[in-house]
Design a protein around this ligand. Structure first.
Ligand code: NAP
Length: 251
C-alpha cells in the first residue's frame, strides 16, 4: 500500500470525485477525514463502507467557505491522528448562467465555495505540514479554466485561480518538503454533471478521444499519484485528466 500510516483530509468527500478520492486514499492505507456540506446520509454511508473494510475514516459537516470551521477541522484531525500528510481540496459547486444575468449572489457563492475554501484549508493545513517538513496538497481544478465555457465565468474564474494558487504555493513551500499540485478533470459522471449528461451525453462523448465520460475513480487515481512517493519530484503541476476532451480537433 502506497499510503500506509498517512493521514489525509478531503473536502467535499461524501459524493462524486471527493468520495472516490476518500475511498482510493483509504485503499492505499491512509486514515481519511473528509468534509461535506449538507448531505449527512451520504457522508455516513461513506464512513460505514470504509469501516466495514477495516479502514479508519471520519466525516465533518463543514461548509468549505467557512474559514473558522476549516481551522476547527484541521485541528480535530491533527488532534485525533497526530499529523496531516495529505490535503485534497475538492469541494466545489456550479451556479451556471450567462454573465449578463448572473447575480452577485451566484458569483460569490461559487468564489467562496470553490476558491476561498482552498485558501482556508491550505492556510490552516500548511502549518502542521511545515512543522513536519513534509506534505502533499492536491487541488481539484477543471478544464473549464483552460478552455472556457459560456455560462461558467464564475466557475472558470475559481478554477483558474486555483491553478495560479497551486503554482505560487508550490514555490513557497517546496523547501519544506511539501508538494502542491492540481488535477483538472474533464467531463466526469457525478451528480454535478447529471443534468447536462441527461441532455447531451452522446454529443459530449463525441468530443472525447477515449469515447467515454470520465468516472470519479479516474480522478482519484491521479490524486493518489500526487499523494504518494511516486510523485516525489513533481510540484506546481496541473494534470489534465479528461480522456482527450481538450486535445482539440486537429488539422
Ligand atoms: P458533486 O458530485 O456535486 O459532489 C460535491 C461534493 O462536494 C459533495 O460531497 C458535497 O457535499 C461537497 N460540497 C459541496 N459544497 C460544499 C461546501 N460548501 N462545503 C463542503 N462540501 C461541499 O461534485 P463533483 O462532480 O464530484 O465535483 C468535485 C470537484 O471536482 C469540484 O471541485 C468540481 O468543480 C470538480 N470538477 C468536476 C467535474 C465533473 O465533471 N464532475 C469536472 C471538473 C472539475 P454535500 O452533498 O453535503 O453538499
Amino acid at each position: 500500500m502506497k499510503l500506509a500510516g498517512k493521514v489525509a483530509l478531503v473536502t467535499g468527500g461524501s459524493r462524486g470525485i471527493g468520495r472516490a478520492c476518500v475511498q482510493a486514499l483509504a485503499k492505499e492505507g491512509a486514515k481519511v477525514a473528509f468534509t461535506y456540506n449538507s448531505n449527512s446520509e451520504a457522508a455516513n454511508n461513506v464512513v460505514k463502507e470504509l469501516e466495514l473494510d477495516q479502514r479508519e475514516a471520519i466525516a465533518f459537516k463543514a461548509d468549505a467557505a467557512d474559514g473558522q470551521r476549516a481551522q476547527e477541522v484541521i485541528d480535530a484531525v491533527v488532534e485525533k491522528w497526530g499529523t496531516l500528510d495529505i490535503l485534497v481540496n475538492n469541494a466545489g459547486i456550479i451556479k451556471d448562467g450567462l454573465l449578463a444575468a448572473m447575480s452577485e449572489e451566484n458569483w460569490l457563492a461559487v468564489i467562496n465555495t470553490n476558491l476561498n475554501s482552498v485558501y482556508h484549508y491550505c492556510h490552516a493545513g500548511i502549518r502542521p505540514m511545515m512543522s513536519a517538513r513534509k506534505g502533499r496538497i492536491i487541488n481539484i481544478s477543471s478544464v473549464a479554466a483552460h478552455n472556457g465555457n459560456p455560462g461558467q465565468t464564475n466557475y472558470a474564474a475559481t478554477k483558474g485561480g486555483i491553478e495560479g494558487f497551486t503554482r505560487c504555493l508550490a514555490k513557497e513551500v517546496g523547501r519544506r518538503g511539501i508538494t502542491v499540485n492540481a488535477v483538472a478533470p474533464g467531463f466526469i459522471a457525478t451528480d454535478m454533471t447529471e443534468a447536462i449528461r441527461n441532455a447531451a451525453e452522446a454529443e459530449i462523448t463525441k468530443h472525447i478521444a477515449l469515447k467515454r465520460l470520465g468516472q470519479p475513480e479516474d480522478i482519484a487515481n491521479a490524486v493518489v499519484f500526487f499523494a504518494s512517493d511516486d510523485s516525489a519530484y513533481v510540484t506546481g503541476h496541473v494534470m489534465t485528466v479528461d480522456g482527450g476532451l481538450t486535445l482539440g480537433s486537429g488539422m
